[in-house]
Design a protein around this ligand. Structure first.
Ligand code: HEC
Ligand code: HEC
Length: 201
């Protein structure tokens, strides 16, 4: 038997209509709408997950895989008593300083943190901006500069500005994100110092 295009369209429309009606008949009570399973009209029985950072002391925790290439790794261990970081008290460097790190079983602070990426900037007499000795019209018009330092760059001193501990909670909805890395092993180490100029002309 052959159907014309019109007949097929009518049958399809009827099928969609039937399915549509069946779904429309299903009711969902307002109280149970939403991801949480408590009454939406009151907060009295609703409590959020507690923030729960790792309480494992440094040296006993398990490293967390990087979420993307060259992401600042999350801190897997307890940071109790280490924060806030102050000019006279930066305990992070005591274990993560490259010279010491290996003996502590800690990841050494990478080369990028011992590099100055900030161009030397000054103002010329005529009011123009000078970067790295050159007058620039557009201040973002400059190739990345990298100057190797012998000490930790000042811009990397406050570790917790970029590295944060991870709280464990029940995720609703589930996180389906899957990290993809361009080369092997980048889920557990970084290579920013080698790739910093990628995409820069
Ligand atoms: C007592 C030594 C010690 C101190 C102090 C310390 N860490 Fe660690 N850190 C470690 C060790 C060891 C590991 C590896 C995981 C483990 O064994 O617990 C680690 C892991 C890490 C990681 C994960 C590295 C990776 O490759 O995934 C980060 C990030 C980190 N620490 C940041 C910090 C920051 C920021 C501070 C200061 C607030 C700090 N650490 C203080 C020893 C230390
Ligand atoms: C301005 C943000 C920033 C600050 C501040 C900072 N980091 Fe990082 N860190 C990063 C980023 C981004 C990466 C990954 C890319 C790279 O290697 O630079 C990283 C990587 C790391 C790694 C992993 C290295 C590897 O080989 O996998 C360690 C360990 C680390 N940082 C420790 C520290 C410590 C300790 C401090 C404080 C003394 C600190 N960082 C301060 C952004 C920061």
């Amino acid at each position: 038997m052959k159907f014309s295009k019109v007949t097929i369209a009518i049958i399809a429309a009827a099928a969609i209509f039937t399915v549509g009606c069946a779904t429309a008949n299903k009711t969902v009570s307002e109280e149970s709408l939403g991801l949480r399973k408590t009454d939406l009209y009151t907060e009295s029985n609703t409590t959020g997950d507690k923030t729960k950072y790792s309480d494992k002391p440094a040296g006993t925790s398990t490293k967390i895989e990087r979420a993307f290439e060259n992401a600042p790794p999350m801190i897997p261990h307890s940071v109790e008593g280490m924060l806030p970081i102050t000019i006279n008290n930066n305990q992070c460097t005591a274990c993560h300083e490259p010279a010491i790190a290996q003996s502590m079983g800690a990841t050494p602070i990478p080369k990028s943190h011992f590099t100055d990426f900030r161009p030397e900037t000054s103002l010329a007499k005529n009011g123009k901006i000078v970067k790295e000795g050159k007058i620039v019209e557009n201040t973002s018009d400059l190739k990345t500069v990298s100057k190797e330092l012998h000490t930790l760059s000042g811009s990397r001193f406050n570790c917790s500005q970029c590295h944060a501990p991870q709280s464990e909670g029940n995720l609703v909805p589930k996180n389906e994100f899957q990290a993809e890395f361009r080369s092997k092993g980048l889920n557990e180490k970084s290579n920013l110092i080698d790739t910093i100029n990628e995409g820069v002309k």
